[in-house]
Design a binder for this molecule. Structure first.
Ligand SMILES: [Zn+2]
Length: 264
């Protein structure tokens, strides 16, 4: 029998690599047997980033006895050319809360201005506190290779916030919490030098994820970019690479890819 490229990828399975990427499928999100259900926190610069590029893994964790949380550093209030920022920010907040409810998750916000998200210790500790409060086992965020300054800022903020959250010597209102794993989510605006190393089968939550995204005022291209067509077709294309109907591509920090072996 002639094996196609797809056969190779499917046969490669969860423990091997396919085009350099690990395949993560059922029964849970990147879980080893015996692990507790995942608690996944998406930290995004703007609400749409959280739900469109990181929403499916969050939804999958919540659907598999875990928990999900969407933290947005701003309301993305300046995203419309026609709707005034305060009104648009309210619409984004409402959409996030409804979308999170649909995905059995929670939506929380910091109130930094869209387009002006700073990189300083104030915001890093604010995110640190949210991490200590939700206690995620996995954090998803932006890859740094973005043309959008808020996305670059979010990447840097989250990196240090995770570090602060895990240090017991840093006294905050809640005790230290170590995040087990970080992944950067594929986002059309963060594509520079993004290299997927993990594919996640999100087929079980594809429909509710799409319904949640459709609650956002920008989803159908209202602001000039067809998010719906892009993220739907990207989930199909990524699924083709790992033998799933729908999948998302994730990238790990380099240190997360280091393997510790006790035998060859
Ligand atoms: Zn954004």
């Amino acid at each position: 029998m002639e094996h196609t490229r797809r056969d190779f990828l499917v046969l490669a399975g969860a423990s091997a690599t396919a085009m350099g990427a690990q395949v993560v499928g059922q029964p849970g999100i990147a879980r080893e047997q015996g692990d507790a259900p995942a608690r996944v926190m998406a930290v995004a610069a703007h609400p749409g980033d959280g739900f469109f590029s990181m929403g499916a893994p969050v939804a999958l964790a919540a659907a598999q006895q875990g928990a999900g949380c969407f933290l947005s550093l701003s309301l993305g209030s300046r995203g419309s050319a026609t709707i005034p920022a305060p009104r648009y920010g309210d619409m984004q907040r409402d959409a996030s809360q409804q979308a999170a409810q649909k995905l059995r998750s929670q939506a929380i916000f910091l109130d930094y201005e869209d387009g002006e998200i700073p990189v300083n210790d104030e915001i890093k500790f604010a995110v640190c506190d949210k991490i200590r409060e939700f206690q995620p086992s996995i954090v998803l965020t932006h890859w740094k290779g973005s043309w959008h300054k808020d996305h670059q800022a979010c990447h840097a903020i989250v990196e240090d916030a995770i570090f602060y959250a895990g240090l017991p010597a840093i006294a905050r209102s809640r005790p230290a919490h170590s995040v087990g794993k970080t992944w950067y989510a594929w986002n059309w605006e963060d594509a520079d030098a993004f290299r997927a190393d993990t594919y996640l089968d999100i087929t079980p939550v594809y429909e509710p994820w799409m319904e949640a995204c459709a609650l956002f005022p920008m989803w159908r291209g209202e602001n000039g970019f067809r998010y719906n067509d892009y993220y739907q077709s990207h989930a199909v294309a990524t699924g083709c690479l790992c033998g799933a109907k729908y999948a998302v591509a994730l990238m790990s920090p380099p240190e997360q890819l280091v393997r510790h072996l006790q035998a060859l």
